[in-house]
Ligand binder design. Structure first.
Ligand code: 8YV
Length: 331
């Protein structure tokens, strides 16, 4: 009998059509955002799910759906999966690394530059008709070239941002990560490991690229913001929850740091109301991976994973990017 799968959100019709070649697909062309209870109900009878990074797959969902074999995110982040709970039940989890690295790094760099050079703030003023004359101090920001770039979290995307800074903009690059990179990789990125305190105190532009985990919750809060330079910028393209948004809004209001660029938020799509009123923050709606080509590559890779994980297609049993490969081959 054909296996059933759920596509939890609207995605490229061509990708849904590919899944239909292998599975009985319940898709979501209306793009409803399911509550946890709705998600669990829609997973009834499904062997697999194509998810997009925000659908929580935890012990309760798994126990209500013991037939589930694979959950495949169209996202590199996978904090929506309780991976140990999935592994304990033999459920394969997959994500979409690599295909979005350069696109996401481009966006992180652009957001950092937009914050440093006050692009959103000045554009809003222009649209309000406030540009009446040139002034020597009109929207003066801080330089990016030659400034010290700090990166917290030095995985694939962090390294891609480091390369842009070091090789494109002549920036000294410092980073902090639980583990130091291999010296050859450090050299290729032009980056130097420092402890977190030095990172906070030294960076002119700090970019957050670490994965979310409970241990990463509020790693940037009031105490950390207080250690940054008053001229510094903070950019977050990682996950909401890594930054204490209320503390950041206060630091921006008090000009304890100069500016921020935020693509992710604690309770997105809701924002901390203070952020919306502040001039010195550039706000974007979680779009760092959003180019047509990259979103298509992410969707195709998530589909490749789902097809292979459920024993179909040319890579049957060998999904390309498993998170918990130890479940593969279990009966
Ligand atoms: C996604 C992301 O757009 O890949 C990630 O982890 O945050 C973004 O690229 C988002 O998760 C929805 O798929």
């Amino acid at each position: 009998m054909t296996q059933k799968v759920l596509v939890a959100r609207a995605v490229f019709p061509q990708v849904v059509a590919r899944l239909r070649e292998h599975f009985d697909v319940e898709d979501n062309p209306q793009d409803s955002v399911y509550t946890p209870a709705e998600l669990s109900a829609r997973l009834q009878g499904k062997a697999g799910a194509f998810t997009t990074g925000s659908e929580r797959i935890d012990a309760a969902v798994l126990d209500a759906n013991p037939q589930l074999r694979a959950v495949c995110n169209m996202a590199v982040g996978y904090n929506n999966f309780d991976v140990p709970a999935c592994t304990a039940r033999g459920v394969l989890c997959t994500n979409t690394p690599d295909v979005l690295t350069e696109t996401t790094a481009d966006f992180g760099f652009a957001l950092m530059m937009a914050a440093a050079r006050r692009m959103a703030e000045s554009e809003h003023a222009l649209r309000r008709g406030e540009w009446t004359k040139w002034a020597y101090d009109m929207f003066t920001g801080s330089d990016v070239h030659g400034a010290t770039l700090g990166i917290l979290g030095m995985g694939r995307i962090g390294q891609a941002i480091a390369r842009r800074g070091a090789h494109g903009f002549g920036m000294p690059v410092i980073y902090h990560n639980r583990s130091r990179l291999d010296p050859a990789v450090e050299a290729a990125c032009g980056a130097r490991w420092v402890d977190k305190d030095e990172l906070l105190r030294t960076a002119d532009h700090l970019v957050l690229v670490l994965p979310y985990s409970p241990a990463a919750h509020h790693v940037i809060g009031a105490a950390e913001l207080a250690r940054m330079k008053p001229t510094a910028t903070l950019t977050n393209i990682a996950r909401g929850g890594i930054v204490d948004d209320a503390a950041l809004a206060q630091a921006l209001a008090d000009r304890r740091i100069a500016a921020a660029g935020l693509d992710v938020f604690e309770n997105e799509p809701a924002l901390h109301p203070a952020l919306l009123t502040l001039p010195n923050v550039v706000l974007t709606p979680h779009i760092a991976s959003a180019t047509v080509a990259t979103r298509r590559r992410m969707a195709e890779l998530a589909a490749d994973n789902l097809i292979a994980a459920l024993g179909c297609g040319p890579q049957a049993g060998r999904p390309p990017t498993p998170i918990n490969p130890e479940v593969l081959g279990r009966a």
